[in-house]
Design a protein around this ligand. Sequence first.
Ligand SMILES: Cc1ncc(COP(=O)(O)O)c(C=O)c1O
Length: 395
Amino acid sequence: MTGNRASRRERRPFIPFCVPWTDDGEVAEATDAIRSGWLTTGPKVALFEERIRRMVHARHAVALNSCTAALHLALAALGVGRGDEVITSPYTFAATGEAILYLGARPVFADVDPRTLNIDPRKVEAAITRRTRALVPIHIAGLPCDMDAIRALARKKSLRVVEDAAHALGAAYDGRPIGGLGDVTCFSFYATKNLTTGEGGMATTEDADIARRVRRLSLHGLSHDAWKRYTRAGSWRYDVVELGYKYNMTDVAAGLGLAQLRKFGSMQRARARLARRYATLLRGEDAFDLPAEVEGTRHAWHLYILRLRSGVLRVSRDRIIDMLRRCGIGTSVHFLPLHLHSFDRRVLGFRAGDYPHTENESARAISLPLYPGLTIRSQDRVIDALCDLARRHRR
Ligand SMILES: Cc1ncc(COP(=O)(O)O)c(C=O)c1O
């Protein structure tokens, strides 16, 4: 690259990998929560739960302070415990495995379908033992897993299903929103997610007993409706009925969520438009494999995971990421295989080669910028930079 070209590139504004879409609506809701005196769990949390519950067509919704907490409590409420095995895929974030380990259970991995990056039901079937209690499919990037196959397996083997839907608010399977299909569905509202409360999560379920148990566990195992104890309707008396945690959502966070919900439809449409544009403009470039779309599903487009096609370029994925950064473009990698992190190798004994599809796909993955505030101009810069790199670094 010539000096001139390099300095011109450096002057262009950096395109971050992710920017939350917040405006005066969030400021007003958070301010309202603060002014109301309800800083912690209160009426805004109840309203936020009701709105999400309706949106995903679930009977019950419990707001929590993260999806990690939702996964933990969902598995706890389903009775997963010491000595049990829970099958999930290693193509995920640390949280999925941690939630299983918190309960003294063991994560057992089933490899992914390399086309979708979602857990392969045939591999799940092969991993089932007499200790298996639950399945945790992850809707990677917002693309729903093969839920018919997963639910059929669960029925056949009397297993419970907890969906890790951290990426999948707004996704649908077979015409039904993700959120009402498994025994429990867990959403994330972390800062980078399609809908954010800063930090936050939600468990949705059809089962009133599971919802009650998740709610109780989220607040120290206190007797029902303990959060109301400071209201006129509440009582100062409470009972600790089991060992619980401190996982409740605050009203300030729920306020952000309510503001985000009002524009959720338009944010999702913007993501889908940008994803379509990436697909149209990158389709002709043989250096890249584009994300799969599956008939009968609606993708939530949390992430746009591009994969470098093997053997086409003479530079590594990591070098491409570095070069994009030098062009002022932020990207990320979703995910490093969970089984290859030092903790998982050391404590659970996993080794390279254990889950070849996860390893191969992860090694060639790059997540591109994808968020409602990404302008067409910025997206064009990302596409041009990718095509330029692909041309200059062909074998
Ligand atoms: C697949 C997956 N599951 C769970 C989580 C945990 O979400 P949270 O940060 O809300 O705990 C994440 C977070 O990025 C994730 O990507």
